[in-house]
Design a binder for this molecule. Structure first.
Ligand code: ZN
Length: 294
């Protein structure tokens, strides 16, 4: 799932490549992408891009007319630049067949946006179901996922009071609070694992049970992990963002590998509908958290 550091890099790349360009053509391949049926993406054709920004994990393309194209990447959504000469899925499938190293077929294009400089941005989704969605609105706050967003730890104005409002007294597991977009914007499964590891806090501890020094560490880790990841991901081409994120993870996705902090073994545990990772020695006093199926 793309989280704020990757989505920020995507917004930055789209902003410098597309600002000032006019939208020449829209091809919505998967109709379920369009969330504003009365106002389809095609209504933006001819409009010029004024700028592209991020809200939480969503992308906001503002047009010169004042309209906004908001894209939620969902669980497996992302974007790529169309390669010239490859105009359809058959072309990309051939390319994958020709390259023995390409063991995974590229994700399908759900919508393609062509601009007046000849570039085409494809919105893709690698999941089994369509999780990417797009809205055309006059105000980004018309999109429910944006309207509900809490403060963003990447925002220079984010303060300890914002963090305390999200955590203090909450009878909810800290990992769940970190990922709750109403409480904090932009964090998902991967960075919440990284934040909790950096803070040396159990992911399943309830926020209301954290001591003052634990809250201090969690605040520092939340701001530190997200801001340094945004810095680290800045300027990396969007095609390389996923690999850069995977390579940067210290515990997330590293089940069975040695902990970079203590040398112990990183473990899996079941969380919501997925699995997450932690170091028992650094975070839970050696206690193993439950894993479904065990
Ligand atoms: Zn450890």
């Amino acid at each position: 799932m793309p989280e704020s550091p990757e989505v920020q890099a995507l917004a930055d790349e789209l902003d410098w490549r597309l600002s000032g360009r006019a939208l020449a053509e829209v091809d919505v391949v998967e109709f379920r992408v369009t969330k504003t049926r009365a106002r389809p993406l095609e209504t933006l054709v001819g409009d010029r891009v004024a700028g592209i920004t991020r809200h939480g994990k969503l992308i906001d393309l503002e047009a010169a007319s004042g309209a906004h194209l908001v894209v939620s990447l969902g669980r497996h959504g992302w974007a790529r630049w169309a390669v010239e000469g490859e105009t359809d899925a058959a072309g990309t499938a051939d390319a994958a067949d020709a390259d023995p190293a390409a063991d995974v077929a590229p994700p399908p294009t759900l919508a393609a946006l062509a601009f007046d400089d000849g570039s085409t941005l494809e919105l893709t989704d690698a999941g089994d179901w369509v999780s990417l969605g797009a809205w055309v609105v006059d105000d980004p706050a018309e999109v429910p996922a944006i309207a509900k967003l809490g403060p963003d730890p990447a925002d220079p104005a984010f303060a300890r009071a914002d963090f305390d409002r999200a955590f203090v007294g909450r009878r909810k597991q800290v990992k769940a609070v970190l990922q709750e977009q109403e409480s904090l914007a932009g964090i998902g499964n991967a960075y919440s694992d990284e934040i909790l590891f950096a803070a040396r806090i159990s992911p399943v501890a309830h926020a209301s049970t954290l001591a003052a020094d634990e809250l201090d560490r969690l605040y520092e880790a939340t701001v530190g992990v997200i801001r340094s990841a945004i810095e680290a991901r800045r300027g990396i081409p969007i095609a390389e963002q996923k690999a850069a994120k995977v390579a940067a993870m210290r515990v997330h996705g590293r089940t069975g590998e040695p902990c970079p902090g203590c040398g112990g073994t990183i473990r899996d545990f079941s969380f919501a509908s997925t699995t997450a990772q932690y170091c028992p020695d650094c975070q839970t006093g050696g206690e193993l958290l439950p894993l479904k199926g065990e």
